[in-house]
Design a protein around this ligand. Structure first.
Ligand code: RIB
Ligand code: CA
Length: 313
């Protein structure tokens, strides 16, 4: 019986897809639903990719919910030039998974998150791995509901190194800094997994080469990951960062983070994540930020669990 219920909020590109795959693979987790947003790709494609990944693993009962299609302070979403190079034109490494049979749910992402929070309380973990617009919308609508859940983990930010969207901004925070600012200023206690940790979890093609020989699902996941591992950073020898899978994994096993830094963060308009001067001397720290990770353990566990899932598919 899974101990934890989870909702993951994605801008479903490759590492988001690899996070959904991990969640399906971990017997400690029951995935209640995938909520979606824009970011790596537009929200319609994010919905389609999420449905396709769930169907690849025969999970047609897990719903996909539509969320925000653009950032606060903007009128629409424009895809960044870098995104197709890292995630492919379709967001999942240009692998064609066909048209999913399922459709998105009628309920909105925000209503699904809030209703689940009120229903499952501390049993529920929320993981946000795209721009924080949906989370900010949930906070505006019913912050008390979010206070009930067991854990809220965010993949985003960069504290001790440069961003990946700009010198200052990590992509998720930089895509909607106004939403991120509201989220960080809210009373919620947050676990934050920034680039400082995720860039230490670089997977290479060789780490997952055996997936392709297992079956069709394994070959598809291999092809999707292959595109990203070769294109995200500096090519095949460098590999690709498991940003979103690490956030989902750390939500269940926070001890994989070997240095949690307690602080009160804010997001600046340029997307920089930094501590607030006004709250520096407060005893209460709302945020814990992952600065280091046991990457070996994470890699071993991810590969073990996902290999097992693929073999069962
Ligand atoms: O900066 C990395 C993050 O941006 C990941 O969540 C990736 O999927 C993109 O959304
Ligand atoms: Ca993401």
């Amino acid at each position: 019986m899974p101990e934890t219920k989870m909702i993951i909020d994605c801008d479903t590109g490759v590492d988001d897809a690899l996070a959904i795959t991990y969640i399906l693979a971990d017997p400690k987790i029951q995935l209640l639903g995938v909520t979606t947003t824009y970011g790596n790709i537009d929200v319609d494609s994010s919905i389609r990719n999420s449905l396709s990944i769930l169907e690849l693993f025969h999970q047609k009962d897990i719903g996909v919910y539509r969320g925000a299609d653009h950032a606060y302070g903007k009128d629409s979403y424009v895809r960044g030039n870098k995104s197709p190079l890292v995630h492919g034109h379709n967001g999942i490494g240009d692998v064609d998974l066909g048209t999913p049979e399922n459709k998105e749910e009628e309920k909105s992402a925000v209503d699904f998150i809030i209703e689940s929070a009120r229903r499952y309380k501390e049993e529920l973990h929320l993981v946000f791995v795209g721009p924080l617009t949906n989370l900010a919308d949930c906070i505006r609508k019913d912050v008390e509901a979010l206070k009930l859940v067991g854990n809220i983990t965010i993949m985003g930010g960069a504290l001790t190194l440069q961003g990946n969207k700009s010198v200052y901004a990590e992509a998720n925070i930089g895509s909607d800094p106004l939403a991120a600012k509201e989220v960080f200023a809210s009373p919620l206690h947050l676990s934050i997994i920034p680039l400082d940790a995720t860039l230490k979890t670089l997977f290479k093609v060789s780490d997952i080469a055996h997936f392709k020989d297992l079956n069709k699902a394994g070959k598809d996941i291999y092809d999707i990951a292959h595109f990203y591992y070769v294109h995200e950073l500096g090519g095949e020898d460098v590999g690709g960062a498991m940003h979103d899978p690490l956030a989902a994994y750390a939500s269940i096993d926070p001890s994989v983070i070997t240095n949690w830094f307690p602080c009160n963060l804010t997001a600046e308009e340029n997307g920089r994540t930094i501590g607030t001067f006004q709250e520096l001397n407060l005893e209460e720290k709302r945020h814990r930020v992952a600065l280091d990770v046991d990457a070996k353990r994470f890699t071993k566990e991810y590969i073990r669990l996902v290999t097992d899932l693929i073999q069962r598919s």
